[in-house]
Write a protein that binds this ligand. Sequence first.
Ligand SMILES: [Zn+2]
Length: 326
Amino acid sequence: MASSTFSQSDIGSARNRLLFIHRKIPYKIAMKPLIGLIGGTGLGHALAHEIKGDAIAVETPYGPPSGSIARGTWQGIDVAFLPRHGPQHTLPPSAVPYRANIFALKSIGVTHILASGATGSLREELRPRDLVIPDQVIDKTHRRVGTFFDEAGLAAHVEFSQPFCPMLRRVLLDSSSGVDVTLHDAATYVCMEGPAFSTVAESRMHRSWGGDLIGMTCMPEAKLAREAEICYALIALPTDYDCWRPHDPGVSQHELLKEIIGNVEHATANSVQLLKTALEAIRAKPLTACNCQKSLDLAIWTKPAGMDADIKKKLNPILARYCSKQ
Ligand SMILES: [Zn+2]
């Protein structure tokens, strides 16, 4: 298992070279903002064509991430792009290496993440092809490890009442003027395990819980980002009305699928435009300090002297800021 310590200067610029984290090189806390982009269904493919950069393969204590990370510049901003489902979309939601993905992004200095994901809509007003910036999550996943702090030797409990970064949400919402799309502020995203979709009874239950969107990938991604002190916001792409809303009996399954694919393509194009506008805004007005970036300050219950040395070493990119203050 590779150590998690390395310097950002060691990322280098050689195209397509592999980077393996080396234990002898000290990790440095990132000072300059670096925007991570996690592309979900639709957007993952589109962004791979938009962002040209060095492909970096990062080894982590949790194995490799979904794919190599494209490290480059987009809209004049330093970005690191990772396709959540892999370069060929081979990873189903339950098999996405969420911990490796967030750890790898943290390790190369990512400070903020703008993610995207296709969803079903649980509300009439959240129409397919609209875009939604959710503000809450209900986590129904049960086959994914959802924390970096699951080993004896270090107990930590991050505050997660607001699962998405309010500052990044605001940047996205304020960028809607540059895009010809209806952008919805605030929605509760129900994250299910999948891969099969809901039954009608489940879909109705999710609505009764106050759910507005149903998806399969937001968790534990958002929670891991908070544990890693990375600001995280999501662009949700509703592609259909899930099964709570009866389909038009005159529409065949084939036509329905064609419609969903068309909705994904349309929403994807709008998401790319929204991201471009948001990055332009960030370039014009740099991001300010945010509480997400010090989420461990009140979260770690184990005194530094009592922390397990191996865990400290393993989680060094995540713990470096906290431990340097002790
Ligand atoms: Zn934040």
